[in-house]
Design a binder for this molecule. Structure first.
Ligand code: AP5
Ligand code: MG
Length: 216
């Protein structure tokens, strides 16, 4: 049983590490960003609303986000734990989430805060490419696909995310500092925070996370 939160700005490597953690500990990885992008792609009413905020790098309103996460966490596969990537992202979301967990007599085991310098974050996000169909993540320098422009996993084209433009990345950084950074102190006070240096190889970052979790 492992209930985890991955915290960190855009490009810190949350999605990259979430895949590895989910595989190792056999917990579902729930990325609010990925769920929202799926809604945008399918043009659902929620997706059309969320896109207005995501495109420019702003946060989707708390009420909409909380409803979607709570619904997802009630699914059967989350009974034995979960890994949240990109949620909570505001103090309001964190407080509501605590109440939700309390109502289920559950609590968070660890919040992993991946720390990376601002300049590296920009380089990682602007160079990121993602598969249009399966969402697998690449980087033009640090993790290129075997065949240029084609996903290794499913063979479909890889593209740049709409919110990885320089303007949106700049906005996302401002939003992170203002709205999400306070969560570092929020979880530190609760004694569940682990700080990880994200500016190392993907393997080393993963190893440090495993060590911080203390579960083999
Ligand atoms: P979301 O999808 O969560 O984006 P994000 O938090 O900005 O984070 P990213 O996905 O950009 O970065 P990442 O940390 O996952 O990095 P990655 O592993 O890809 O959210 C998108 C939007 O949805 C938000 O802006 C908001 O509008 C909305 N949203 C989502 N959740 C919300 C919420 N709770 N409330 C309100 N709104 C919400 O890595 C980045 C790149 O670096 C990749 O190319 C990767 O290959 C490379 N890389 C990774 N690790 C390394 C390494 N160690 N060395 C070298 N390269 C590396
Ligand atoms: Mg991500």
């Amino acid at each position: 049983m492992l209930r985890l939160i991955l915290l960190g700005p855009q490009g810190a490597g949350k999605g990259t590490q979430a895949v590895r953690i989910g595989e190792k500990y056999q917990v579902p990885t729930i990325s609010t960003g990925a769920i929202f992008r799926e809604h945008v792609k399918n043009e659902t009413p929620f997706g059309l609303e969320a896109q207005k905020y995501m495109k420019g790098g702003d946060l989707v309103p708390d009420e909409l986000v909380i409803a979607i996460v709570e619904e997802r966490l009630k699914e059967e596969d989350c009974r034995n734990g979960f890994l949240l990537d990109g949620f909570p992202r505001t103090v309001c979301q964190a407080e509501r989430f605590d109440q939700f967990l309390k109502s289920l007599e559950q609590s968070i085991d660890k919040v992993i805060n991946i720390v990376v310098d601002k300049q590296v974050l920009i380089d990682r996000t602007v160079g990121r490419r993602v598969c249009k169909v399966c969402g697998a993540t690449y980087h033009i320098c640090y993790k290129p696909p075997k065949v240029e422009g084609i996903c290794d996993v499913c063979g479909n084209p890889i593209i740049q995310r709409e919110d990885d433009s320089e303007e949106a990345v700049t906005r996302r950084t401002e939003v992170y500092i203002k709205k999400t950074q306070p969560l570092v102190e929020y979880y530190n006070k609760k004694g569940v925070l682990a700080v990880i240096n994200g500016q190392q190889s993907m393997d080393k970052v993963f190893q440090d996370i495993v060590d911080a979790l203390g579960v083999k």
